[in-house]
Structure formats: structure tokens, C-alpha cells
Design a protein around this ligand. Sequence first.
Ligand code: MRU
Length: 366
Amino acid sequence: MSGPVSNTAASALALLERDGASSVCPLRWEGGFLYLLDQRRLPEEEIWLSYTNASEVAGAIRSMVVRGAPAIGIAAAFGLVLEAYALQEAESAAFDELWMQAAGLLQAARPTAVNLMWAVRRMVNVFSLNKDMDSMDLPELLEKEAIAIWNEDVAANLLMGRMGASLCPAKVNFLTHCNAGALATGGYGTALGVVRACKQMGKTVHVFADETRPWLQGVRLTAWELMKDGIPVTVIVDSAAATLMRQGRVNAVIVGADRIAANGDVANKIGTYSLAVLAKAHNIPFYVAAPISTIDYNMDSGVHIPIEERAASELVSYTSFRPDIHNPVFDVTPNELVTAIITERGVLVPPFSHTIKAVLPPLSVQ
Ligand code: MRU
């Protein structure tokens, strides 16, 4: 691997280290290998797993070694870089066919987060435009694109953080759901990026983190990464949210998103919709922080968003008893419950069908 490309990889990390923005990052790209922090093992153990081809990376996405919409997109992009290096010696026709198969495999690894499809499409665009290039040079070009996707995500998070924090009072108690933090992105986080930016601006912050049944992203990931950065966090069971709101202990609900329809309907971790209803009932702002790559400009409304159903065992991992179980892991919050969508291109407010249209879609869908 050539020097200049790897140096660019360092810039996402450099952005994060600047001002001590965040101490957590879910991936590393080093010496031609992708390393993923195994999120299934957190918080007990920090284990890094290494990956050498697209099929392994698709497996890591399916099994939640890496999770969170932007993070799975970035991981998939690097999966396609690995695949290109692995196919470097193959004949041109075989290279094309096998690489495109790998793209299909990665794209299908999880259905709801549109960042995954978006990142793969960005890689496919680079591939299609440069197919005639020498197969020894093409992987390097794809590597540059994957690194750009990562860098842009971190830069977007830092921008969203600042914009979101400017909406918050000097003393703010957030309620968040799932993990929309450094672990779910290229680093820093979307919803938790806003929390981090509040702290960096000198605001007094406290985070109530829903434990987030059934995978427990809140207690295992959100609490872990906030504690690592010295941000006060209290974990609650998901069903305690209403009581806290009623007690006046929450100033703002802030969540990330897996896909936002063109009308502002928001797909995110199951339970987000109930929080939005509760926030409305208690007159508390409900903010969604997400990069433009999470907006699906081709989907007019959230009703069409594919919702992933995961194994029943995730819900009853503490027992061998197996009742009939339904385990949809995302839900769709109707746009009328959303106060604002914080993006790197500005804070979007209702009517979202107008304000979303007014920000340019990401290049790969233009
Ligand atoms: O099933 P997960 O853990 O991948 O779900 C993640 C979420 O729902 C996050 O809130 C979302 O991806 C936004 S991450 C910035």
C-alpha cells in the first residue's frame, strides 16, 4: 500500500484527536487490513478483529461486530477495498464479476440503514468510472474513496455537533436511545457528537441513556463511551423514560437515525417512536442528528423503509424458554413528532419535505 493513501487515513483520526474530541473509534485501517472493535464484547473486553476480504466484513456487519448506520457504511467501503486488493491478480472479467458480487453481498448485510447502500454505491461509482484502469492501480483509487467516506463522516459529525449544541441551553439533560456515538460512526458520533460538543463548549451536560432492549446498546456502548470521555451518564430501563420526563428531568431527547425519508420520517432503533410520542406529550424537543448520507431521497415516506427483524434469541438470551417472539429492531417515527433534524448542512425544521429538498443530496444519488 502506498504512503500517501495511508496518510490520508490518519486524518480522520487527527480530526478526532484535535481538542480531545473523542477517545473512541470503532475501526482502524492499517497495513492493508481493516480492524474492527468487536462491539459484541464491549464493555467487558476491547478486542480488535482483523479483516481481509468483503465476505468477512459482510459477516461482521450482520453479526454486529460493527453496527450503527455510518459505521457499517464505512466498514463496507473498506470491505470493497480489501476485495479489490485480493482480486488484483485476477483477469479483468473475473475481477469485475467477483468485485460486483462482493458489493451486492455487503449491501445486503443489513436492510434498514441506508448509509450502507449509500457507501457501497459510492464505491461502485468509482469502480464503474475506472473499470478500464490497470487492476494493479484500481484498488488504490478505491482505498482513497473509502478513506474519504470515513473522513467526511467524521467532519460531518464535528459540524453537526457544533450546530446541535447551539440549540441547547447552558445546562442540559439529554435522553438518548441506542448508541449514536463514536462507536456507531467514523468517530465522535451524531447524537452523542452533539453531547460531546456541548461539553466542549463548556455547557453542563448529563445524559440519560435508555438501556435499549434487546441488544442493550445503551448500557453496553453509550454508557461505556461516554464514561471513557468523562461525560456524566445514567442508564435507565427504556420504560423509565416517561417518568423522567414527567419529573422534569429531561430537557431534550436526541437520537441518531438509520434512514430518513424525504418527508422527514425517521427510522431508528426500536423504541425511538415511543420516545418521540412521550417527548411531544411532555413538550420536550425531539432532535434527530444524522448526516445527509442517512437521508433516502428516493423514499417519499417512512412507511416504505425496510425494517430488519433479528433473531428471537436476542430477546430471550437470558433463558432457554422460547415463546413466540417478534423482534423488529427499528421503528419509524412520523415526521410530525420531530422538532429538528441536525445535519452537517444545517438544522432542518418542519415542513421537512421542503427543508430536506433544499439541502443537496449526497453526490452519489444526484
Ligand atoms: O442495530 P444497530 O445497533 O446498528 O442500530 C443503531 C441505531 O439505531 C443508531 O441509532 C443509528 O444507526 C444511528 S448511529 C449514528
